[in-house]
Every structure is written in C-alpha cells, then in structure tokens.
Write a protein that binds this ligand. Structure first.
Ligand SMILES: [Zn+2]
Length: 860
C-alpha cells in the first residue's frame, strides 16, 4: 500500500495560532554512538493576538521521536490532554500562553536521510531546511514561527571535543571528572527553526578575525572533519571577501559575534545557511591548487558568499512559508552572481550563468517538471530546490534591476532589508518595495512569479526605404503554457547601421502578446541591424532567425560581449542544422572558421576565447532542439571538430604550447579547451594530454588531461586512471573526480565500468557526493550512453534509484529528474524510458520520488 499523498496549497495558508517566543534546548549526546540522543526542550508559547477564537488544540510537528515527558507550566500532562501521532503531538485546550516542556529521545545513528540530526562519518550534525527540525523535537515546524534560541549541548569530551550551535557561545563548563563537557549558545536574533544547527565531533579549526565597517570584531572559524587544516585557507579568505563586499555594495554588516562554518562529507545539498553556523558539503570548503580545479575554487568562493549573504536575504528577513522559497534563493543567487562578477570577469560570469540557466532551467521548464518560481502546490518541498526557483528566480531579480536602474534598485533593497528585518514575509512584500521605488507601475511584472515555462519572443523586422521607417514586431508566447497572460519583458537592444555605427540603444518593454518597436531613421539608407536581449536582459528564448550573414555582420559591430558570444552560439547551432541536411557534404562556413581563427590569434581575453571555443554541450542541445537524437549530435560534433582541426591545427597547437608556458586561470581554461579539441581532432595528440597529466603542477591541468583521455576507456586512459587513483586514493574528495571522469566515458563498455565502480571500496551509496560523482554525472552529462539504443543506461540508473529511494529519497528524487526531457527523444527511446519509470515505480515508496515520477509519467 502506498501512503495517501498530501498536497500542500499556497492558497490554504493560515497564520499560526501560536508563536514560540523563546526556545531552550538541552541536548545530551550519548557515550555510545548507537545510543539515542536526549533532547529536553522548553518552549514559551504565546497565542497569536490576530486569532480571535481560542484554538481547541495545538498541533506540533514531530517525526520519529520517542517522548518521555510532556509538561505544561511544570505539570506533567495526563494522556487525556494530548495525542501522539506519526506526524506529531496534539495538545488539547492549550492556555493563551504557556511553557511546554518535552523530553524526547531520538535515534540518529540510523538516520540515513541526512535530515534532522545525523552522523556524517564521526561528526554529528543537523540539516533542518526544509522540514528537518521535527525530527529533533516537537515544534511548530514552519518558517513564520520565529524564536530566540538558547542551546546547551552536553557530551562526552573524548568523542566530541568540539561542540557548536548557532548564535554566540555564552557558557562553557566541564564536569568534575572531566569526562563530559557542555557549551551553551544564545542567538539574540529571531529565527525560524529551519535555521537551527548543531555540530559535535572531533574537528580541526582555522580561526581568524574580521572587523566590520562599524568596528565590531567578529570571530571567524572554519572546521573540517579530516586533517585538512591547510586546505581551509581559501575558504576563509573567500568569506572575508564576501563580508567586505556586502558591506561595500549593499551596506549590510554581519550581526553576531561569531561566524562558524563546518565542512562534512555526508550532505544532500551544497551548503546550508543556518544562522551563525553554516554547514557545508566538504567539497565546497576544502581546497588547494593541488586537489581542486580552478572552476571548483570559483564555485567554493561563490557558495561561501551565497551562504553568507543569506544572513540577510533569508535569515534576518525570512520566508512566511515554503512557497516563498525564491524570495530568499532568487535574491541570494543574484547577489552571489554579482559578487563573482565583481571579483572575476563579469562577461565570462554572465556567459556561464546564462549557459547554466539554458542547460538546466530551460530544460526543466520545457518538460513535465515545469513549474513557476512560486509554485501553487507541492507534495514534497525538497523537490522544489530547483533551477527554476534558484536561477530563474535570480533572473527575475535581475530584471527588477534593469527596470529600476542600479541606483533605485539598491535603494529598494536597502528599504526591503530595513523594513522587514526579523520578519517572515512573502514575495508580495518584495514586489511592493520594488514597485515603490519604480517610476511607474509594475503589476504585470508580478506574473513572472506564477507563470511556468520559458517565454519565446519572436522578432520580425521590416524596413521601409521610402519613409525611412524601421519596424521590429515582437511577439511573445510560451509553448507549453499557451493560456499564459503576456509578461512584462525588458529587452535591452541596440540598432546598428550597416556601416557599424550605433543608431540607438535602449530598453524595450514588451508588455503585449504582440507589440511593435517603430523608429524613423532619417539618415539611414539601408535596413539597420538589430541586436536584442543584450546581456541576456530577460530569461527568454529569442526567435530572430538571423541569417549567417547577419550574424557575421553583427559580430563585427556589436560591442556587447554577451551578445557577441551568443551570435557564435547561434552559428554553432546553424552549423548543426546544415549538417542535419547535408550530412557527408557538410562544410563549416568559411567565415565562421575565419572568425574563430581571429579570436584565437588576436583576442587577449583568454577566458572569453575559451567560452567562444566551447562547443554547445549536449545539455545545450537539449535546451534548444525540439527533437533529440544524441547519436546525430555526437556525429555532428565529431565532424565539426575534424574540420575545425584540419583548418586550424597549427593555431590550436601553437596557442596550446604558448599557454602551457604561462600560469593563470584564464590561460589554463583556454589551454585545456584547445587540448580537448586537438585530441578529438586526431588521437595522435593524446600524447600531449599524457604529457600534461605527467607534468601537471596543479589539479586543473591534471584533471582536464584525465577527462580528455577518459573519453575512451582504453589502455592509455586506464593507465592514467590508475596513476590518478594511486596518488589520491586516500583523499575522499579527489576520489569523486576519479569516479566522475569514468562516468563520462563514451565507450560502449561504460555500463560495466559503472557497475564495477558502484561496488568499489571507495564508493558509498549513502554519501550523496559519491552518488552525484558516479551516477548523476552519467545520467546528466553522458548523453550518448545514458540514451544508448540498448536502453542499458536507463536500466542502470533506474535500478540505482530504486536502491537509493529507501536510503535517501531526496537524492533518489534528484536522480529521477535526469529523465525530464524524455519526450523529445525518438519514440523507441522514450518508450524505453517509460518502461524503466514504470518498473521503478513498483520499487519505490518515498513521497519525494513518487511526486517526480508521477509528474514525469502524467504531465505533458
Ligand atoms: Zn541558498
């Protein structure tokens, strides 16, 4: 029997009948890890003054708790005054204000869901977003109940020398016999329970200080599970950069006296912004150039900043309910994107963000898992930590900035943070503040929150020589949401003359389903050139139908770097479309080759050139193409690279060799892309990759060489893999790369390899990082083999999902989303997917996986 599935609706929101003003937690950890943890809690309840009618009862969430004592105002409750269910505790006839004391025991040793309190290796830690706190004690587990927390932890000193909780440490004490010790933490700011955190273990600490603009000294500490002290420094410096940036750009200072970060290996997400005690997936903290690639370091810096920025956008100003998730995530992603742009290349950052948006969010939003950034219902909230809520949410914040302008946008944000400090609010309040600071009304813009699907904007141009009138007719539609009302879409554009002069640049506000941009251009003799959605000012799919000739002209005149890069992307796709028609007779447009050659030989921004030389990924094809045939895409890629190589091999090689002598992130980035192209063009160049691997002074060069060699699992790649393994087998994080490199292999025997690796001693299905490295990399990035004609790719992932579902439903549900676009596949493959999904359905039980599965099977 499957459990009856409960759907939560936004429209059903009811304010809580009680608030919990103060929380005192007294948590005792056992000497034996298998034993239960004791949680003694005292909660001070006040009736919500807005609820006039006295409630007959109050229901507190609680899952898997073993209650020992329940008392109100010091008196133990008799069993007729309460009821205990599988979901919680119902107290009958509660007074208007009261003190509730509960004593519960929890089995954390067998908690493999990585929610609530659990063990990551030897370290005890917590994850309470979204609904984990109910696994720790009875509580109103909802984000609009904000409390002041005092937490006392008592534990055996030997096993848990480090004790941490959110807030500031106010007391430390030891037992007389020195065997146990305890620490008390007080958090002076109001917070919902999803931001509560606790950590206990044997940890190493890197400690430094930071002085805020107003002169307050903050103690910063980063803790790690292993002997990684020397690998925490980059994270520490990133944190300081983030703190300084938020002060300088948004005038936001940190509030507590201490800021603690702990890295753990077993973690479902990237990291968690618990107030004053962030808990991180160790892959996003521990680094140095020997073990971490350049791209990983940029991610580490960005995630540290992201979680730090949450201290304001999410923690001090928090969510009324989980339907408001984008309020904190969209805004915080926008903030971390700006932070990275300010510290590295803003242009490259924008290109990478848009690429990621197209590859992940556009794909999600065009298939059965499509949902708006504010969904109207959910079964399992953990399924809504999606690219749509995060990345599309960030694009919506970015559009506000485009509409308001930099100055008014910053004023609006500062008003937002001061007005709603220590409050739990909705996206409506955010919208209202933005509108207040906008010169005009924005009502229509609000539809971005409730509309699912990626808008397609079609551009039709007309030039009337006689009247010198230029007209661009813009129309919008959402293919998988035909009934949607038109959105307000801000489109930055520039018109150029055929000679390359800038005629006009402005922002066009597309509000209707069809609307004309009309201009009389007295001095023009020819039809002008339109470059629109500059800087990707709106998260839309543009249908402009530019010819290759127009693209080459625009490439010469456009000074918006993003659009120049996007014109190249369009050229790659138009090459693919030519290839589909011409097959064996296909030849790359000579102008395109010339453009690429010029970029390689003349452009000095190596990082940008690297972006331009990156062919669209398979996920990029998923985003843009209506029908998917990965064998054809693969064949196109091979043909394209063969021709590119035969025309440009000297340039590719010369530049590779030149860059190999230099040190620097941008240089490495381009160098490794050139190496990949050379090896794909002609396998003789694989010796270069072997040499690079052997002589690499850093992980970036070593790992990219390995990745390139592992495309084919042959003697050379196996030898390299074994060298890599022998060098890093004791480094749990680096081993993730060893798994991932093999999961990407395009060889026909990759299925056996993955099955063998899943049995390898270093693999652990209970550790999400390992699942992501081996299984998610295969399902999300190895399109050729995941969609193998035999259906073996689907079977492999289907079986693993069934196993995972009983261990960690959150991770199993995520893996299921790899099937998201199956309806675009050829019928024989999409039928195989359906067959796999139906088999999986028989084997799973979790609400999280079932929700995704049902959406995949039923929604259009
Ligand atoms: Zn976040």
């Amino acid at each position: 029997m499957k459990k009856q599935e409960k759907i939560t609706y936004l429209k059903d929101y009811q304010p809580p009948s009680f608030f919990i003003d103060e929380v005192y937690l007294d948590i005792t950890l056992p000497e034996i890890r298998e034993d239960d943890v004791k949680v003694d809690s005292v909660l001070i309840f006040q009736r919500n003054p807005d609820i006039k009618k006295p409630p007959k009862s109050i229901f507190l969430n609680g899952v898997g708790l073993k209650p020992e004592r329940i008392a109100i105002d010091g008196e133990e409750l008799s069993s007729k005054h309460y009821e205990i269910t599988a979901d919680g505790l119902l107290i009958k006839n509660p007074p208007n204000s009261f003190q509730l004391e509960t004593l519960v025991f929890i089995d954390i040793y067998n908690n493999k869901s990585l929610e609530g309190m659990y063990f990551s290796g030897q370290t005890l830690c917590t994850q309470n977003e979204a609904e984990g706190f109910r696994k720790i004690t009875y509580f109103l587990d909802r984000s609009d109940v904000m409390s002041r927390f005092t937490t006392k932890i008592t534990a055996p000193r030997e096993i848990y020398p480090t004790l941490l909780a959110g807030g500031n440490c106010t007391e430390t004490s030891k037992d007389d016999d020195q065997k146990t010790h305890s620490k008390t933490f007080y958090d002076p700011s109001l917070k919902p329970c999803y931001l509560f955190a606790l950590v206990a273990g044997k940890l190493n600490e890197l400690q430094e200080n930071y002085t805020t603009k107003s002169g307050r000294k903050i103690k910063l500490s980063i803790f790690s599970e292993q002997e990684n002290l020397e690998k925490l420094n980059f994270a520490m410096q990133s944190l300081k950069r983030a703190m300084l940036w938020d002060e300088e750009v948004f005038s936001l200072e940190y509030d507590l006296d201490e800021y603690k970060i702990v890295a753990v290996d077993a973690f479902n997400f990237g990291a968690m912004e618990n107030k004053g005690l962030n808990i991180f997936n160790s892959s996003l903290i521990i680094s140095n150039d020997k073990t971490t690639t350049d791209n990983e370091r940029i991610s580490i810096e960005a995630v540290i900043a992201h979680e730090y920025f949450h201290n304001w956008s999410g923690n001090r100003v928090t969510l009324r309910d989980w339907f408001q998730l984008t309020l904190k995530e969209g805004l915080t992603v926008f903030r971390d994107q700006e932070f990275t742009a300010d510290h590295h290349s803003p242009l490259v950052k924008r290109i990478q963000d848009v690429n990621a948006l197209r590859e992940r969010q556009f794909n999600e939003d065009s298939g059965p898992l499509s949902h708006p950034i504010q969904p109207s219902s959910y079964k399992q909230i953990n399924n809504f930590y999606t690219a749509t809520i995060y990345e599309k949410g960030a694009e919506v914040v970015r559009m506000y900035r485009t509409l308001l302008g930099e100055k008014a946008f910053k004023e609006a944000l500062s008003l937002y943070f001061s007005r709603y400090d220590e409050m739990a609010i909705t996206v409506d309040e955010f919208f209202a503040v933005m509108e207040e600071c906008y010169d005009g009304e924005l009502t229509q813009f609000k539809k971005w929150y409730s509309t699912h699907g990626t808008p397609h904007v079609k551009v039709e141009e007309k030039w009337q020589e006689k009247t010198k009138t230029y007209t661009a007719t813009l129309s919008q539609r959402i293919p998988n949401n035909a009934k949607a009302d038109p959105l307000l879409i801000p489109l930055q554009y520039c018109l150029f003359s055929q000679r390359g002069e800038e005629i006009k640049s402005d922002t066009f506000l597309l509000k209707k389903s069809k609307q004309a941009l009309e201009l009389t251009l007295e001095n023009q003799t020819d039809k002008p050139l339109l470059s629109i959605n500059r800087g990707f000012s709106a998260p839309i799919e543009l249908e402009q139908n530019l010819s290759e000739d127009d693209l080459f002209k625009l490439l010469k005149v456009e000074n918006d770097g993003f659009n120049r890069w996007d014109f190249l992307q369009q050229l790659y796709f138009s090459s693919f479309h030519s290839y589909q028609k011409q097959k064996a007779s296909f030849e790359i447009n000579a102008n395109f080759l010339e453009t690429l050659k010029n970029l390689l030989t003349k452009e000095k921004d190596y990082d940008y050139v690297a972006q331009c030389f990156s062919l669209p990924s398979y996920n990029g094809f998923v985003a843009r193409e209506e029908k998917l045939d990965f064998e054809e895409i693969h064949a196109f890629r091979k043909t394209f690279v063969k021709q590119l190589g035969s025309h440009l091999k000297e340039d590719l090689l010369k530049n590779y060799q030149k860059l190999a002598l230099k040190d620097g992130m941008a240089e490495r980035s381009l160098k490794n892309i050139l190496l990949a192209l050379l090896c794909e063009y002609n396998t003789n160049y694989r010796q270069l990759a072997c040499d690079q691997f052997a002589g690499a002074a850093n992980m970036t060069d070593s790992y990219y060489a390995l990745l390139i060699l592992c495309k084919q699992l042959d003697e050379t790649s196996k030898k390299t893999l074994s060298m890599f393994y022998n060098k890093w087998k004791d480094d749990n994080l680096v081993m993730n790369k060893w798994f991932a490199a093999q999961a990407r292999a395009q060889s026909e025997n990759v299925f056996e390899t993955i099955n063998d690796l899943a049995k390898h001693a270093a693999f652990n299905i209970e550790e999400p990082n390992k699942v992501y490295a081996l299984l998610a990399v295969f399902a999300f990035h190895n399109h050729l083999r995941f969609h193998d004609n035999t259906g073996r790719g689907y079977e492999l992932i289907g079986e693993k999902i069934a196993t995972l579902d009983s261990i960690n439903p959150t991770v199993a549900a995520r893996l299921l989303t790899a099937f998201g676009y199956y309806k675009k596949l050829q019928p024989q493959l999409s039928q195989k997917v359906v067959k796999t999904l139906k088999t999986v359905k028989q084997k799973i039980n979790s609400r999280a996986s079932l929700e995704i599965l049902e959406n995949l099977l039923t929604k259009a």
